[in-house]
Design a binder for this molecule. Structure first.
Ligand code: CA
Length: 231
């Protein structure tokens, strides 16, 4: 999962970026509206945290432009507490949720988790696929109740697949959602991460769809092929 943080307050931007990185997200940052707009327009994000009061281009304009250009990523706006009209303008411009300043970072994290879940059609914060359970609140993964320790890239990969179960996900799509802008993508290919993840979770829920990508299906589900029973 990958997020963009557009916030001109450097300290706040850094705090948010650190919190999201620690929670396992790939994070891109922008300190003004123009740069934020550019990134949101050219890169792919699972959610965007957008301040309203920004230099170069204000947050409402940034958001209106994204929506006009067909960018559909969930957007959480950050507003000043006494500016109720910013919330209304932001939601009308296409925001999905808001948090008023000052806020607790935990609240921003929780709201973004919910936005990502709902965008993928999930209401509950625990995602399950066969014996594999991902608690999106804590980023903890268990297989048959046993905890599995994953690196942040493995976690992002599993989380993305679990949010989009039963769909074929291309390598390109995974690449867009796993790495931040500055990451050296060539030396860390998706195939390597998938291989490691399969080994760690020890169950064959990640199916390779030849020439197309990967699909997460729970063993024994109606989606699985040729009626083969898997243990
Ligand atoms: Ca600001």
């Amino acid at each position: 999962m990958r997020v963009l943080i557009v916030e001109d307050d450097k300290d706040l931007n850094r705090q948010l970026a650190e919190a999201f990185s620690e929670a396992g997200y790939a994070v891109d940052k922008a300190l003004d509206g123009e740069e934020g707009h550019f990134l949101g327009d050219t890169e792919t994000y699972d959610a965007i945290i957008l301040d309203i009061g920004l230099p170069q281009m204000d947050g409402i304009t940034v958001l209106e432009n994204w929506r006009r250009e067909g960018r559909t990523a969930p957007v959480l706006i950050l507003t000043a507490r006494d500016r109720w009209n910013d919330k209304v303008a932001g939601i009308d411009a296409g925001a999905d949720d808001y948090v008023s300043k000052p806020f607790h970072i935990e609240e921003v994290l929780a709201r973004v988790r919910a936005l990502i879940r709902r965008a993928a059609g999930h209401a509950a914060s625990e995602l399950q696929c066969g014996p594999v359970l991902l608690d999106t609140r804590t980023s903890k993964v268990t297989v048959d109740g046993n905890p599995v320790k994953l690196t942040s890239h493995e976690l992002r990969l599993l989380s993305y697949l679990m949010h989009h179960q039963d769909k074929v996900i291309s390598r390109t799509e995974l690449t867009e959602h796993l790495y931040d802008q500055d990451f050296d993508r060539d030396s860390n290919t998706i195939e390597v991460f998938v291989g490691r993840l399969r080994k760690k979770i020890g169950t064959d829920i990640i199916e390779t769809v030849r020439g197309l990508g990967y699909r997460l299906t729970s063993p024994g589900s109606t989606e699985s092929h040729d009626g083969k029973e898997t243990a």
